[in-house]
Design a protein around this ligand. Structure first.
Ligand code: ATP
Ligand code: TYD
Length: 241
């Protein structure tokens, strides 16, 4: 597959056309940002870690019956995906309270939710991604009520599978963000699933192994990402080298 024209350059990934109209090439860059892009750095190797873990999770979730855009790796920081018409929603699943939900509501940092919470933000940097609800999603024409339920079911299934996988390796999946898009009549899981878009705590020590290490200067973020890749991806996983 050949890389065509640059279609979109986001904060951490560049999206290119390919020689097939309904397929895209997504390159994970080494850029890392936080706080609406106010904090920014480039860390050599970071893009590769996120690409490899995303490829691994997409492959795993496909095996569990969750449809994704992932087609395969082109090199260690680039993947081939189905071209989606992205639904501009950040679908956030929370198992424990951390981050914005603790700042906005009287939850205790780290408290476990009996049932995972789903929070959706409207993806629009110029509006600072405001939280959205079902009625607004429908009024904006983003999803029908049935589709909202379908997206929620998919998000909860992703959560169940990832949580179990992490738990078996001594990591606690606190929360994560995913994005969906339309491919013809179907809704597929798109974008990425990586340490940039989740909170992971070491079960024994409580240490963060995710972008919070960068956000809050908790240590060496590259070592944290490398550790997760090492703990999660079996050596025999064929999707990446
Ligand atoms: P944010 O960091 O807030 O998610 P961004 O746009 O800066 O936003 P990047 O990850 O740098 O994020 O850019 C990747 C872009 O590609 C995102 O806008 C994402 O929605 C889009 N995208 C991901 N997967 C696909 C796909 N299969 N088809 C089309 N677009 C996709
Ligand atoms: P959240 O606590 O809402 O944001 P903040 O990082 O400002 O405290 O984030 C919940 C989870 O979703 C966290 O793991 C980061 C991820 N996330 C993203 O990857 N991108 C986003 O735009 C948002 C809002 C969250």
């Amino acid at each position: 597959m050949n890389r065509g024209q640059l279609l979109y350059e986001g904060k951490a990934k560049s999206v290119y056309l390919s020689d097939t109209p309904d397929e895209l090439i997504v390159a994970f860059r080494d850029d890392i940002t936080a706080f609406d892009g106010q904090k920014k750095d480039s860390l050599a190797g970071k893009g590769g870690y996120n690409a490899r873990i995303s490829a691994f999770f997409f492959t795993y979730l496909e095996e569990k019956g969750i449809p994704t855009h992932f087609m395969g790796m082109i090199d260690d920081h680039t993947m081939a995906v189905k071209r989606l018409n992205m639904i501009p929603l950040e679908v956030i699943v929370r198992n424990r309270a951390a981050g914005s939900i603790v700042r906005r509501y009287p939850f205790r940092e780290g408290q476990t939710f009996d049932t995972p919470l789903i929070v959706m933000d409207y993806k629009d940097d110029s509006r600072h991604d405001p939280m959205i609800n079902d009625d607004i999603i429908i009024a904006l024409g983003l999803l029908s009520r049935d589709e909202i339920q379908h997206v929620r079911d998919l998000a909860l299934a992703v959560n169940r599978h990832l949580k179990e996988l992490f738990r078996a390796r001594g990591l606690d999946l606190v929360d994560f963000k995913i994005e969906f898009g339309r491919f013809g009549d179907t809704i597929l899981l798109g974008d990425e699933i990586s340490m940039d878009s989740m909170r992971l705590w070491d079960v024994k020590t409580g240490a963060s192994l995710d972008k919070d290490v960068y956000r809050y200067d908790k240590g060496d973020v590259l070592s944290a990402y490398a550790k997760v890749v090492d703990m999660m991806i079996p050596k025999e996983f064929g999707g990446v080298q």
